[in-house]
Ligand binder design. Structure first.
Ligand code: BES
Ligand code: MN
Ligand code: ZN
Length: 490
C-alpha cells in the first residue's frame, strides 16, 4: 500500500472510494462537500439521515454512489468533537476508512479530512499511522489465506500536497510498531532469547547500530546474579542485548531505553496456575519489543540523539536447576535480593539491565515492562502506569505518549511502601504485600538506578487487546513504540 499527498479537490478526484471526515454534530455538508453531494444526487445527505450518522469517534458508513460518478463508493467517517479536537480521532478515522475500503474491495482510496489544528505535518502522520496500523493483519501462523482478503493499493491524501517527508516518517514509525506487534504476537516457541538476539543483529545490520551481546559467561563476570538467577532453569541461553544508535554529529542528548525481555514467564517454581493467564506469557517481552520497535523506527529517521536499547532476554522456567523460592541473589551493583517469589522475575532481570544502563552516562533512562498484574488491576488495559522520582522525565514521557495517543498515568513512588520489601537475611526481598504491588515493583527497580534520571513504565495492560479498537486489531498493539519515538525526537 502506498500513500500519496495530492492537492486535487474532492470534486475532481476519481477512483474507487472517497472518504470524508465529519465532526460530531456538525454533519451538515458545506462548501465543496455540498457541491459534491449535488453531483452525487444527494446520496451523502440521504445516507447521513438514513443511518442517523452523527460524526462520532470511529463512526463509519460506506455507501455506493450512482452510475456515471467518477467515484464508486463514498465513505463517511466521524472525527469526534470539533471544539476540542483529539489527534487520535484522525488515526481512528483513517483506520475506519481504510478498513471500509478493504471490505468494499476498493483499490484506490482518497482520504479528505480537515487538518488537525491547521497542522498538515501532524495530520498527515496521524492519517498514515491510523490507516497503516488499522490495515495491519498478522497471518504468519495461519495456514490458509483470508478468504475476504483484499489489498487497498493506494491511499491519496487530499489537501496534504507536499507532505512526503511526513508520510515517510510515519511509515518508519509504523514499521517499528509492526515489528513490536509481531514480536509480541509470536509464541514462545518462535520468539526465544536466541531469536531475539538474532533479530537485534539484523536491526544492527540494517540500521547501522553498534551491537553488543553478552553471553552467560560475560554476564557472570559482570556479576549479573539477578538476571542469571531468572535464566538458570531454562534450556535456552540468556542473551543480554545492547544496541547503540549514534548520530553522525555530536548528540544533543543521550538516552537509554531498557525493555523487559521475558520470552516466556512460567512463574518459575511459584508456577503460574490455571486462570493466571500463563498461556499469554509470550507477551512478557513486550517491553523489549517496544524498545527494539523504537530502534527500527529511529534508525532511518536519524535523530541527533544517542540512544541505547537494552534488554536482558531470557525465559523464566522450571527445572532441577530452577531458583528455589527463598534463594538469595546478588545483582551487579552488589545489592542482595531474597527471592521470596520466583514469579516476580521481571524486576530481577531489569535490576541488572538498569545497573548497566546507569553506567553509560546517559541523560535519562526509561524502562518498559509487563511487570505486574497489579498495574492492570489499577489502570485497566488501555493505560500504562509511569513512575519516576524525576518530574521532567515523567512529564516528557507523558507528553510523548499523549501525542502518540498512548495513555500513561503517573503513579506515586511512595517510599514508605518499601518497608514491605525488607528482608531479614538480604538487602531486600523481591516482592512485598499484595496491596500496592505495582508501586513496590517500581520501588524495587529504583534500588538499581543510582545517578541517572529514570522513569519506569508498566505496560502489562495495553500491550494486548482481545477486541478490535480503533487502529488496533485483536492481538498485540505495539504499545509504546510511538511514545518512545516521540520522546527521543523531542
Ligand atoms: N509478567 C508478569 C506480569 C503480567 C501480568 C504481565 C499480566 C502481563 C499480564 C510478572 O512477571 C508477574 O508474574 N508478576 C507478578 C508479581 C507478583 C508475584 C508480586 C504478578 O503480577 O502477579
Ligand atoms: Mn512473573
Ligand atoms: Zn513476567
Amino acid at each position: 500500500m502506498k500513500f500519496s499527498p495530492i492537492d486535487t479537490s474532492i470534486l475532481d478526484w476519481s477512483g474507487d472510494a472517497l472518504a470524508v471526515g465529519l465532526f460530531a454534530d456538525r454533519v451538515e455538508l458545506t462548501a465543496d462537500l455540498a457541491k459534491l453531494d449535488d453531483r452525487l444526487a444527494g446520496t451523502l445527505k440521504e445516507t447521513i439521515a438514513e443511518v442517523n450518522f452523527k460524526g462520532q469517534s470511529g463512526e463509519c458508513i460506506a455507501t455506493r454512489v450512482g452510475g456515471g460518478s467518477p467515484i464508486r463508493k463514498a465513505i463517511l467517517v466521524g472525527l469526534g468533537s470539533a471544539e476540542e479536537p483529539q489527534l487520535d480521532e484522525w488515526r481512528i478515522a483513517a483506520a475506519a476508512a481504510a478498513k471500509a475500503a478493504r471490505t468494499q474491495k476498493c483499490k484506490t482510496l482518497a482520504i479528505a479530512f480537515p487538518p488537525y489544528k491547521e497542522d498538515a505535518v501532524t495530520t498527515t502522520e496521524a492519517i498514515v499511522e491510523g490507516a497503516t496500523l488499522g490495515l495491519h493483519q498478522d497471518r504468519r501462523f495461519k495456514s490458509q489465506p483470508d478468504e475476504n482478503d483484499f489489498e487497498v493499493e493506494t491511499i491519496e491524501l487530499i489537501g496534504l500536497a507536499g507532505q512526503e517527508a511526513a508520510i515517510d516518517r510515519a511509515g518508519h514509525t509504523c514499521a517499528g510498531v509492526i515489528l513490536a506487534r509481531e514480536l509480541v504476537a509470536a509464541p514462545a516457541n518462535e520468539v526465544t532469547p536466541l531469536s531475539m538476539a538474532e533479530m537485534a543483529q539484523q536491526l544492527a545490520k540494517e540500521g547501522g547500530f553498534e551491537i553488543e551481546i553478552l553471553e552467560r559467561e560475560e554476564c557472570e563476570q559482570r556479576g549479573m546474579g539477578a538476571f542469571l538467577g531468572v535464566a538458570q532453569a531454562s534450556d535456552m541461553p540468556p542473551k543480554f542485548v545492547h544496541l547503540t544508535y549514534k548520530p553522525s554529529g555530536s548528540p544533543r542528548k543521550k538516552v537509554a531505553i531498557v525493555g523487559k525481555g521475558l520470552t516466556f514467564d512460567s512463574g518459575g517454581l511459584n508456577l503460574k496456575t490455571g486462570g493466571s493467564g500463563i498461556e499469554m506469557m509470550k507477551e512478557d517481552m513486550a517491553g523489549s519489543a517496544a524498545a527494539f520497535g523504537a530502534a527500527k523506527a529511529i534508525a532511518p529517521i536519524k535523530p541527533d540523539v544517542e540512544v541505547h536499547f537494552i534488554s536482558a532476554v531470557t525465559e523464566n522456567m522450571i527445572s532441577g536447576r530452577a531458583m528455589h523460592p527463598g534463594d538469595i541473589l546478588k545483582a551487579s551493583n552488589g545489592k542482595t535480593i531474597e527471592v521470596n517469589n520466583t514469579d516476580a522475575e521481571g524486576r530481577l532481570t531489569l535490576a541488572d539491565a538498569l545497573v548497566f544502563a546507569d553506567a553509560l552516562g546517559v541523560d535519562a533512562i526509561v524502562d518498559l515492562a509487563t511487570l505486574t498484574g497489579a498495574c492492570v488491576v489499577a489502570l485497566g488495559d488501555q493505560i500504562a502506569g509511569i513512575w519516576s522520582p524525576d518530574d521532567s522525565v515523567a512529564e516528557a514521557l507523558v507528553a510523548a505518549g499523549e501525542k502518540a495517543g498512548e495513555k500513561l498515568w503517573r503513579m506515586p513512588m511512595e517510599q514508605k511502601y518499601f518497608e514491605g520489601m525488607k528482608s531479614i537475611v538480604a538487602d531486600m526481598k523481591n516482592t512485598g504485600p499484595r496491596p500496592g504491588g505495582a508501586i513496590t515493583a517500581a520501588l524495587f527497580l529504583k534500588e538499581f538506578v543510582d545517578k541517572t534520571p529514570w522513569a519506569h513504565i508498566d505496560l502489562a495492560g495495553p500491550v494486548w487487546t482481545e477486541k478490535e479498537s480503533g487502529y488496533n486489531n485483536p492481538g498485540a498493539t505495539g504499545f509504546a513504540v510511538r511514545t518512545l519515538v516521540n520522546w527521543v525526537l523531542a
